[in-house]
Design a protein around this ligand. Structure first.
Ligand code: PEP
Ligand code: MN
Length: 263
């Protein structure tokens, strides 16, 4: 059902006035993890000031180590909702357990399914039964075909509002956290009718190359860019090496909007 052969026209998903898949570039920006209301509020204000409609933030964090910060859970979603409402933003946040979905739907506008859960088939089925958009990230070691099949799990249950997100794959290369598979973008655009975004933060793990990778994403036809922003990345409870501070975010947005206007 996600195949372009089944539906030649692009799927366009309207979220808070952003029409993702309409040929323009859209942005999902916010901290890696929700840490406090004040932290999210500062980022949300900066995000709103750049005309962005979607605020991200992790409340359920799938961390490699069980001893790392696991997120604030439902309380984190409540914080996101409050800050998003204050600034007129939509909430994008990851859910890792189907049992959390129903309660989470009270607070979020887009359900993110993270890389580590791309083949959590029960979670995919549960996301297919809801009536809110899903942002589905590519698995760490998933082929494009496996990625498309994961989206098929969601749409086959009735929910066709799916945004695909390339976030880098695991290769032998260690200079970046993951290897951004930029060619996945046009392939996914050709093979499916779904919008495709690129997460430049998790694919690179390096804030010094967020701008060039975001430019590449736009040039190759991505419908949007995701990146992480934190008021003080040095003290962030997760992903401190790769989040932008607000000053860097502001100049990143100025530069990237300039590029997007040329396409
Ligand atoms: C995230 O976006 O917060 C995240 C954990 O990313 P990924 O699932 O792509 O690793
Ligand atoms: Mn992160």
């Amino acid at each position: 059902l996600v195949s372009r052969k089944k539906k030649p026209e692009d799927t366009v998903i309207e979220i808070n006035g952003a029409t993702i898949g309409d040929g323009n570039t859209h942005y999902v920006m916010g901290p890696c993890a929700v840490e406090s209301y004040d932290q999210v509020d500062q980022v949300a204000e900066a995000v709103k000031n750049k005309g962005i409609k979607l605020l991200r933030g992790g409340a359920f964090k799938p961390r490699t180590s069980p001893y790392d910060f696991q997120g604030l859970g439902i309380e984190g979603l409540q914080i996101l909702r409050k800050a998003a409402d204050k600034h007129g933003l939509a909430v994008v946040s990851e859910i890792v357990n189907p049992a959390h979905l129903e309660e989470a739907l009270e607070y979020l506008d887009v359900v993110q399914i993270g890389a580590r859960n791309m083949q959590n088939f029960e979670l995919l089925k549960a996301a297919g039964d809801i009536n809110k958009p899903v942002l589905l990230k590519r698995g760490l070691s998933a082929t494009i075909s496996e990625f498309i099949n994961a989206a098929e799990y969601i749409i086959s249950r009735g929910n066709g509002n799916i945004i695909l997100c390339e976030r880098g794959i695991r290769t032998y290369e260690k200079a970046t956290r993951n290897t951004l598979d930029i060619s996945a973008v046009p392939i996914l655009k050709q093979e499916t009718h779904l919008p495709v975004m690129v997460d430049v933060t998790h694919s690179t793990g390096r804030r010094d190359i967020l701008l060039p990778t975001a430019k590449a994403a736009i040039a190759i036809g991505a419908d949007g860019v995701m990146a992480e922003v934190h008021p003080d990345p040095a003290v962030a409870l997760s992903d401190s090496a790769q989040q932008m501070d607000i000053q860097m975010f502001n100049s990143f947005m100025d530069d990237i909007i300039d590029v997007a206007n040329k396409f």
